[in-house]
Design a protein around this ligand. Structure first.
Ligand code: NAD
Length: 259
């Protein structure tokens, strides 16, 4: 994208944010790749390294091999990762009062660690913050489980040796009802819906921008590669979120100072 074209799009996004009454941000794995966590579908992403067919809830319960594959993936998500400028930019837009909800498909807790308040976050696919024993229902924070990961390939409940599972939604499981309903309600009430780093290919999460569009919201998409909804968006930027979001925040602040 030539620089002038990119600047026009950044200005338009800032203008839309300033004019909005109910802006919603929707994020996917792409907002966290610059923190070192691979996404699913990009080259070199998780599905290039793992066999996708092993990843579903019933295999996790019935097969140790599947559990082993899942734990390898959990390790990728639990290393010492830090929020990147895109997470901090989203948190700053929240702090400035422009964002009514951050709907995320991510399970990495990086939005909260960047400063997005808990009451604005809707985690559609759960979070790796806590793990639950499927047998005795004991809960363990990630810190405790990281210690177990160092000594076992497939960690078990230290109390009863039951299967330990992070509080995330596996393929084949339902999404948490409360988060899904609140996300759908925010999407339907939104007048601006900003997608950051998602292929918009995983449902029901990908219904959210559809709800927003059908309620007349303006759609903005910031994603490295094309998505099936690009042709419905007011503004599309095929750029890195960690580069573009801080620019948008700067422009929003500059314009709100001069109002
Ligand atoms: P996806 O892998 O399908 O798509 C990610 C998209 O982000 C791609 O289109 C890619 O082009 C884009 N992208 C990659 N790096 C980017 C960057 N720096 N800036 C802007 N865009 C970038 O992921 P998805 O749409 O989120 O859906 C798949 C599922 O992945 C979700 O359910 C989510 O739970 C899960 N997931 C989460 C994490 C995480 O928590 N960090 C990591 C991997 C997968």
């Amino acid at each position: 994208m030539v620089r002038e074209e990119a600047e026009n799009r950044l200005s338009l996004i800032a203008e839309l944010i300033l004019a909005s009454r109910h802006a919603v941000i929707f994020t996917g794995a792409g907002v966290s790749t610059e923190s070192g966590i691979p996404d699913f579908r990009s080259p070199g992403g998780i599905w290039d390294r793992f066999d996708q067919s092993a990843f579903n809830y019933s295999s996790f319960l019935s097969s140790r091999l599947s559990r082993q594959a899942h734990w390898e993936l959990f390790r990728t998500l639990s290393h010492h990762i830090e929020p990147n400028p895109a997470h901090f930019g989203v948190a700053e837009l929240c702090r400035l009062g422009f964002v009514k909800a951050v709907i995320t498909q991510n399970i990495d807790n990086l939005h909260q660690r960047a400063g997005v308040p808990d009451d604005l976050i809707l985690e559609l696919h759960g979070s790796m913050k806590n793990f639950t024993c499927l047998n005795c229902l004991a809960k363990y924070p990630l810190d405790n489980v990281e210690a177990l990961m160092r000594s076992a390939e497939v960690p078990e409940c230290p109390h009863c040796h039951g299967i330990l599972k992070p509080d995330v939604v596996f393929f084949g499981e339902s999404l948490p009802r409360d988060a899904l309903e609140r996300a759908a309600s925010h999407s339907r009430s939104s007048d601006l819906f900003i997608v950051i780093g998602s292929t918009l290919a995983v449902y029901p999460a990908a219904y959210m921008p559809e709800y927003a569009l059908s309620s007349g919201a303006g759609l903005v998409i910031i994603n490295l590669t094309a998505t099936p909804m690009d042709n419905m968006a007011r503004v599309v930027m095929h750029s890195k979120a960690g580069e573009v979001i801080p620019e948008i925040v700067r422009e929003v602040k500059r314009r709100s100072r001069s109002c």
